[in-house]
Design a protein around this ligand. Structure first.
Ligand code: MG
Length: 393
């Protein structure tokens, strides 16, 4: 029987092998042992826009992850909706719990494929930071408000947040994250750039994990809220196939227990499909570095069977959930509120906090108002709307 060394054994062995090494050397040696050559190794980072000395015991991407977790934008995700607002109940996902689920799936993929888990986690935790209040409804309203002026996109705003709007350090604006994290966020904006040069595998893994998470959990949330029923979902081919697999093991499951088992199966199926498919491609051994990854075909994709099954589920969710009258009503109310707030702050910029009015000269009044509104949580936007823009009798 082959006994694999544990990570503790590896660390002890490394420390013994390099008795005079610094923590930094050990971290890099550990990556050389555990990561594949096509992974993004910390030693090869392009660094930060504002150069900083290395941290004594945290690698660059570990540090990025910590900076994101300690940012205000990250904390605010807890009060930003994913698909359903907080008024509807407390079971469904918020933007923060969705972010954790993406990070969880992405870490599993990264570890199985021997990619850089710290970088994957930083990318996953940052991927939705730029969402304004009320999710895509809020995004569309702000985009309309800024029509002809560059518009608004949550991905672009995410980059603005981490590059300049977060003000936490005296030495530089933004979070000064590693260039690989900024590049990962930028590929979410510019699809043409992806066609010219593929993103790092760590970036591709987070994209795939996002899709696994929202396809699975939006259906779960919609079920719990009663927008769709389990028998209806079990007619969708992806769900019926997952239920068939579950029943091979537990023939008698029904109701909520069956639902939970199907959800587990769906995640496991999608993740296993990715690990098997991408793992086999990587095992061919022709990707010896990130240089090769950038020039190879886009790699982290599910099988054609799953792509088609997921497409059918997404069409079902679009028709039955995202366009459900209750969801559309929330969307229309939120958009009307944000449009009114946008016009209100533009008409009376003295209502803006100093940190945003101080930026008007540099970025313009309308962009500054949009930056302020985009940072609000759903709850804070409603509170400020009532406080400043609702006439009192
Ligand atoms: Mg997401």
């Amino acid at each position: 029987m082959v006994v694999m060394p544990s990570i503790v054994d590896l660390s002890v062995n490394l420390a013994m092998a390099y008795p005079t090494s610094t923590n930094d050397d050990l971290m890099l040696a550990r990556e050389r042992l555990l990561l594949a050559p096509y992974a993004m190794h910390s030693a090869d980072t392009a660094g930060r826009k504002h150069p900083e000395p290395p941290h004594p015991y945290r690698g660059p991407f570990h540090r990025d992850r910590d900076r994101i977790v300690h940012s205000a934008a990250y904390r605010r995700l807890s009060s930003k909706m994913q698909v359903f607002t907080g008024e509807l109940g407390d079971y469904h996902r918020t933007r923060l719990t969705h972010t954790h689920e993406v990070a969880s799936v992405a870490r599993t993929l990264a570890r199985a494929l021997k990619l850089n888990e710290d970088l994957v986690e930083a990318l996953a935790l940052a991927h939705d930071l730029g969402h304004p209040p009320f999710g895509h409804a809020g995004e569309d309203a702000l985009n309309e408000c800024l029509a002809g002026e560059g518009g608004f996109s949550h991905n672009r705003h995410g980059l603005r947040l981490i590059e300049e709007l977060e003000q936490r350090y005296p030495e530089f604006p933004g979070l000064n994250l590693s260039l690989e994290v900024l590049e990962g966020q930028a590929t979410r904006i510019d699809k043409q750039a992806v066609a010219l040069q593929r993103p790092l595998l760590e970036v591709q893994v987070v994209e795939a994990a996002d899709s696994v998470a929202y396809d699975t959990h939006d259906a779960d949330d919609a079920l719990e809220l009663g927008l769709v029923s389990l028998p209806e979902l079990l007619l969708v081919p992806l769900w019926s196939e997952a239920a068939k697999r579950v029943r091979l093991r537990y023939a008698a499951l029904a109701g909520k227990v069956l639902k939970r088992a199907v959800l587990h199966e769906l995640i496991d199926w999608q993740v296993s499909d990715l690990v098997t498919r991408v793992g086999a491609r990587l095992a061919a051994g022709d990707l010896a570095s990130t240089f090769d990854v950038r020039r190879a075909a886009y790699l982290v994709e599910t099988s054609q069977e799953l792509i088609e099954l997921k497409r059918e589920l997404e069409a079902f969710l679009r028709d039955r959930v995202y366009r459900h009258p209750d969801v559309l009503r929330v969307r229309l109310d939120a958009q009307a509120m944000l449009r009114e707030m946008f016009a209100g702050y533009v008409a009376r910029p003295e209502l803006l906090p100093a940190s945003f009015s101080g930026r008007i000269e540099r970025v313009g009044l309308r962009r500054s108002v949009s930056d302020y509104l985009a940072g609000m949580t759903d709850r804070y936007a409603q509170q400020e709307y009532r406080r400043l823009f609702t006439p009192r009798c």
